[in-house]
Design a protein around this ligand. Structure first.
Ligand code: SAH
Length: 263
């Protein structure tokens, strides 16, 4: 295979969990790999594609349960490639979104190893799909922001709340479960209305996907009480409110309020 010679590393997007949301390219690379390093968020259906003779290394990192630090993962990738293996580094969602891809690319390049990215469906796309919502909405949500609310242990969140408090934006908060209280308080302080629609989507694209609709001021309560143990995304903004309105109305859209027209 010309794009995957021995000694090369591919950072492959595994998508949000549903194996059918893998790209065909991702599936081919996974099937071809001699060694696969994967995260905790990569589901069983995706791992099933790995060839019977391949070595599988779980390098899962989930909040509070770090099994291998980033430098160790970088070193393992380099070592496996230098041994002449075709290496797949399988990451949840898209490798280039909150996936520490740059560290791994730099480590490979520093060692003279060829490295490429295969994109994947990111969690925000899967969450919106599950809600039956659009992340953007003509005239109402012209901007889409992906932000992580994961802070280093013991440090406050370093986020420019002012820039996120745009009523014309949809904000997708990754790793936001623990910080839901802060997200809510800071966005309201920065000027977003308390009744701004929020959806929480847990296990997007998986069989145990769950959705909760709430509003910005009630987000902390919802995050504390409604969510289980799975990965969850917070979606905030007017466009998300349209999803909520649309939910019970799948058959008839008549009751949807008129949407502002583009000037
Ligand atoms: N690279 C990944 C994101 C990694 S950060 C991507 O593009 O999706 C990990 C965070 O992503 C989780 O804490 C959660 O907020 C979100 N996430 C990943 N998979 C998810 C899923 N199936 N459902 C909901 N959120 C998910």
């Amino acid at each position: 295979m010309t794009d995957f010679p021995p000694g090369m590393v591919w950072l492959v997007g595994a998508g949000p969990g549903d194996p059918e949301l893998l790209t065909r390219k991702a599936a081919r690379l996974i099937e071809t790999a001699d060694v696969v390093f994967h995260d905790a968020l990569v589901g069983p259906g995706v791992l099933d594609l790995i060839g019977p003779d391949a070595r599988i290394v779980h390098v899962g990192k989930r909040s509070g349960r770090h099994s291998k630090d980033q430098a160790t993962i970088d070193a393992l990738l380099v070592e496996a490639a230098l041994e002449g293996n075709r290496v797949v580094r399988l990451k949840g969602g898209d490798p280039a979104i909150f996936g520490r891809a740059t560290e791994e690319i730099e480590a490979c390049r520093a060692a003279g190893i060829a490295v490429r990215i295969c994109p994947g469906v990111t969690a925000a796309s899967a969450a919106a799909a599950g809600l039956g919502a659009s992340l953007t909405l003509r005239g109402l949500a012209r901007k889409l922001v992906f932000v992580t609310a994961h802070a280093k242990a013991g440090e406050p969140l370093d986020i420019d709340w002012q820039s996120l408090s745009d009523p014309q934006a949809t904000v997708a908060v990754y790793m936001g479960k623990a910080a839901a209280g802060d997200v809510s308080r800071q966005l309201i302080e920065a000027g977003l209305p308390t009744e701004t629609p929020v959806a929480l989507v847990e296990n997007a694209s998986l069989e145990n996907e769950r959705h909760f609709h709430t509003r910005l001021d009630l987000l902390p309560l919802a995050a504390r009480t409604a969510l289980g143990d799975g990965p969850a995304l917070l979606l905030i903004g007017a466009a998300i409110g349209f999803a909520q309105l649309a939910q019970p109305l799948r058959a008839s859209e008549e009751a949807l309020p008129a949407r502002p027209q583009e000037p």
